[in-house]
Design a protein around this ligand. Structure first.
Ligand SMILES: C[S@@+](CC[C@H](N)C(=O)[O-])C[C@H]1O[C@@H](n2cnc3c(N)ncnc32)[C@H](O)[C@@H]1O
Length: 240
């Protein structure tokens, strides 16, 4: 098995998602027991609370969060970007309109083009988390918001040990059989272990120019939503 560092190589990530694109949604909904719809709904509702007009859903994959955002914010324009064409093809099949093939580390958008950037289960897969968050900050207006939804680990030690067994031993077998790509799901567990969570994630967002709300853990802490407001020069929110 390759190391996590190798696996976060963009080529590895792209080919992994290319391999599982056709069965990604099916595996997602089945393995989460449908909870993934609820997690994205919570993000979309949080996004709507900030009354957004121009939204970028980054690492949109098969587009489920872009769809939820459009429902929650019908007046907004939602741009959905990803660097993996087969994943974007799934989104297109589901009617997601504004699809852009783009690398999150070098976005083809001008500074301050969006009021809200969302990224669900995507940042963890990027080669350089800080560079990616800085790029998200660049395309946000001052006072705009970034919402990150990603896997985390339960705080409760008993739940954590059961969850780790599921994550590293059960899930790769089931998902591997469903998608014929066991490696992708072995990688999922490893990437969750090494991804910043809770206060560490908020520290990362702060270091990239965001003022953070307290993070919101959901479903026993297996996923967490982070929300940061882009701070203007001198630490001032210039929009309000
Ligand atoms: C686990 S999927 C998440 C898809 C979707 N956001 C969801 O909630 O189901 C991760 C996605 O991140 C994309 N991705 C990873 N690194 C990326 C990068 N550097 N730039 C753009 N997309 C990237 C992958 O292509 C993949 O579609």
């Amino acid at each position: 098995m390759s190391t996590l560092l190798q696996q976060q190589d963009p080529q590895f990530v792209k080919s992994t998602f290319t391999a599982i694109a056709a069965r990604y949604d099916f595996a997602n909904h089945l393995l989460s027991g449908g909870l993934d719809y609820y997690w994205r709904f919570r993000v979309a509702r949080l996004g709507a609370r900030h009354a957004q007009q121009r939204i970028l859903d980054l690492a949109t994959g098969s587009g489920d969060l872009a769809i939820a955002l459009k429902k929650a914010c019908p007046a907004a324009s939602v741009t959905a970007a990803d660097f993996c064409l087969p994943m974007l093809a799934q989104a297109q099949r589901k009617g997601v309109p504004s699809l852009v093939q783009a690398d999150a580390l070098a976005l083809p958008f001008a500074d301050a083009s969006f009021d809200l950037v969302t990224v669900a289960f995507g940042l963890r897969n990027m080669a350089d988390w800080k560079a990616a968050v800085l790029e998200m900050r660049r395309v946000l207006v001052d006072g705009g918001h970034l919402i990150v939804l990603d896997f985390s680990l339960p705080e409760n030690p008993a739940i954590l040990s059961i969850y780790r067994y599921y994550l590293h031993h059960v899930l790769p077998r089931i998902a591997g059989a469903l998608t014929r790509s066991k490696d992708a799901y072995q990688y999922l567990g490893e990437s969750i272990e090494s991804f910043p969570r809770g206060l560490s994630m908020n520290a990362l967002l702060r270091s990239c120019g965001f003022h953070c709300e307290p993070s919101r853990a959901m479903t026993l802490g297996i996923v967490t939503v982070y929300c940061g407001m882009a701070i203007g020069p001198g630490g001032v929110n210039l929009q309000s």
